[in-house]
Write a protein that binds this ligand. Structure first.
Ligand code: FAD
Length: 285
């Protein structure tokens, strides 16, 4: 099923994200986590894409497993900055032949030893190519607090408009911890003429150190209220997990209450975290 059809047919949408293994010997462990998360019956599940090694193969294999064995709609991520056009089209053909209907089109992070890419500089070029297939529902990434490389939020929104106009059917947001930043972003992009649905990305934080490192990469900020929670519980994994799930749940309920239709949980191959969020929302979505 296309994600746009899911968004159109349901009052509230909840989805989970997983990432593929880096090596073959981790494949079965990842599949076991995917199976448990799928048993929570999310509206769809996304699988991230890593450009290196066998990761890209595993990403497609997991999307196929979701569709064929679990009956869950997959959203396959695909990045372009470390690929040439021929590689990308090979991947797209595989996804098309497997009946995968949804792709999140990404540039990918610039690798450390980056020597330039003759085919791709921005995700909008990938979006246009995927669009030319005519069969995919295409998502793009967006950044409520601005992409870390962009000068200002407004210039990032101008670039986002180019990407959406190239053929995005929906957007999924970077994680954020302050819902007001998301609401303000929504009103800014609507003013800029971007009208596609935006799925809110929420990360239940379970590791204090890891989130501080991720913050510098993602461009997201930690509100003082949440920073105090991390400072207090970040060194105690069980306490941080409990507090992180509670904080994420509160964010999600506030989002639905304020008319946001779809929430994507960065569940990071953690079935227990996904299950706790699902249970906390059992009467809500
Ligand atoms: P783009 O949309 O190309 O934007 C990148 C930068 O270029 C921005 O600063 C933008 O303002 C600027 N820009 C865009 N177009 C133009 C233009 N025409 N002229 C000038 N500047 C321009 N990474 C992975 O490797 N695998 C994943 O599976 C993955 N999943 C993700 C899922 C989500 C929901 C999000 C939010 C991010 C994900 N990422 C993933 C990370 C993403 O690849 C990085 O954030 C990357 O740095 C930017 O990718 P993008 O697709 O947003 O790029």
């Amino acid at each position: 099923m296309k994600i746009t059809d899911i968004l159109n047919s349901k009052k509230a949408v909840l989805s989970f994200e997983v990432f593929p293994p880096k090596t073959g010997d981790a494949f079965d462990g990842v599949v076991a986590a995917v199976d448990k998360i799928a048993s929570l019956r999310p509206d769809f599940m996304s699988v991230t894409y890593g450009a290196g090694g066998g990761t890209s193969e595993y990403s497609a294999a997991i999307a196929e497993h979701m569709k064929n064995d679990l009956g869950v709609t997959p959203l396959a991520h695909l990045s372009c900055i470390s690929s040439n056009r021929a590689d990308v089209h090979e991947k797209l053909l595989r996804l098309k032949n497997a009946g995968i209907e949804n792709i999140l089109a990404l540039r990918g992070d610039i690798p450390k030893d980056f020597a330039g890419n003759l085919d791709y500089a921005y995700a909008s070029q990938l979006v246009a190519e995927i669009k030319s297939y005519g069969c995919f529902c295409i998502g793009g990434a967006c950044y409520p607090e601005g992409h870390p490389e962009s000068g200002t939020l407004f210039s990032d929104i101008d670039n986002l408009k180019i990407k959406v106009d190239a053929g995005c059917d929906f957007l999924t947001s970077q994680m954020f911890f302050d819902n007001d930043a998301f609401y303000s972003f929504l009103s800014k992009i609507r003013e800029a003429g971007i009208y596609v649905p935006v799925i809110a990305g929420i990360m239940p934080v379970t590791n204090g150190k890891q989130i501080k490192r991720m913050m510098s990469l993602s461009g997201s900020t930690l509100p003082a209220r949440f920073k105090r929670i991390i400072d207090r519980f970040g060194d105690n994994p069980a306490a941080m997990t409990q507090a992180g799930i509670a904080y994420a749940t509160e964010q999600i309920i506030d989002l639905y209450a304020n008319g946001v239709k779809a929430v994507h949980v960065y569940s990071m191959n953690k079935p227990a975290v996904a299950a706790a969020i699902r249970a906390n929302l059992s009467e809500i979505v």
